[in-house]
Design a protein around this ligand. Sequence first.
Ligand code: FAD
Length: 520
Amino acid sequence: MAPKLLLTFVIYRLISTVGLTLDPTDLLRLEVDGHLSVDPSDVKTASVDFGMMNRAEPLAVLHPSSAEDVARLVGAAYGSAHGLSVSARGHGHSINGQAQTSSGVVIEMSASKGVRQWGLPRVSEQSRYVDAWGGELWIDVLKTTLEHGLAPKSWTDYLYLSVGGTLSNAGISGQAFNHGPQISNVYELDVVTGKGELLTCSEEQNSELFHAVLGGLGQFGIITRARIGLEPAPQRVRWIRVLYSNFSTFTKDQEYLISLHGQPPNQKFDYVEGFVIVDEGLINNWRSSFFSPRNPVKISSFGTNGGVLYCLEVTKNYHESTADTIDQDVEALLKRLDFIPSSVFTTDLPYVDFLDRVHKAELKLRSKGLWDVPHPWLNLFVPRSRIADFDEGVFKGILGNKTSGPILIYPMNKNKWDDRTSVVTPEEDVFYLVALLRSALDSGDEAQSLEYLSNQNRQILRFCDDAGIKVKQYLPHYTTQEDWVDHFGDDKWTLFSKRKMDFDPRRILATGQRIFKPMA
Ligand code: FAD
């Protein structure tokens, strides 16, 4: 269908669906080089996400061909008389409908049905950065940069997420203690604001927009290009897991390891994470394919008497040319830790295989029909001073002995996060990510049901509230503005709202976050 005709159709659907009276003139002027679609399969894809708990059908889906297409659509929505919203969708890996809208158009940033004018990520070897389209998946950024012997420094555990999607949150993994989150490793952005302007921003240029967009939950603009810092890519990774039965020893060691961030590379690990094991089944779960069937691990063999085990996970990157010192460096670091002596599990693999580890697990789960299921995930930043209380109340209390998915726990250094960005973290020098990454199953076991797990999440949040543990949600989800104000705190909320007024005054962007009511 020709773009003009198609937009007329969209407008009629909008009028008939939500009963709005539109002034279609501006929208009718829209011409895009990409593809604007009302194809039911496109609408269906854009109406769901990884969480599988929310569903909202957009009126149409834009497969943009360029940043200009994005600007044309947002500009037209901004100019239309009555609230047509626009939501960028990266790879749709949100949990609670954050990239959805039922009163507007979803821009599919990653799916490349449009004619891609932006091409592959472009690497500058000399200045060590890559320019990537906002919808590019991190796996593709990695593949391109590796051709130049370079790689981004800060990652997420899973690479089938878009650049714009993770930069709208923070983007964290075990490298964050050292390099900060992904948003601390961005040099420059191209952004289409809620007024439809395409602007370049950085620390020096349009810096307010730059900081607003990083961790900005899609509220201030759509990222169409990100310039990301690179480092020489390691070739291999030594990947080590050790176990603890004592929580305070575990966290003491984790905190020690992240305190080494300022040390020379051979005197610190490159990645520090960890996870909690509360039931026997979990030790061989989807994140733990590491413990292979040839190398089975039994919780009971570590003398926990049915209690909780904690697994510290660290890596050391290396080049084949420095392989002779890797054993020594790892040994020296492990010597300073206090884990259960018989519990060291080591593997060695190419750098790409380590970074892409979760995708392997995804393929296995997909083959068993266990990937496309509801995911009532809860991600919390917990201040260091209260992590032991969280352990007592949640890991050893509320969770019981079944968890239905991995539970990650690792600390980060706040000084690696830039306070000027929009992301919210606890007010302490060190805080932990606790990620309850659970899948709901229709297995007949009540403890695996969506209702049970959702209730448990509410119980965890209530426990923190009652105990005065000032957690902050990562990938936050709230449904009332009061809760959002509470999340941001008074000062940051004032700034966040002002930025919204400046960059998206009609409140048309990323309405699926439910932070601001779209204008009628
Ligand atoms: P979407 O879900 O499509 O969008 C998320 C939000 O960002 C929406 O509000 C959307 O409107 C907005 N948005 C999307 N693209 C743009 C853009 N170009 N410009 C502006 N706004 C935009 N996170 C971590 O930090 N670390 C992890 O290790 C990690 N692991 C994960 C593993 C799995 C299996 C999954 C499902 C998620 C994981 N996440 C992790 C969470 C992930 O970072 C977020 O859910 C992220 O938003 C997903 O990216 P996406 O591209 O799918 O974004």
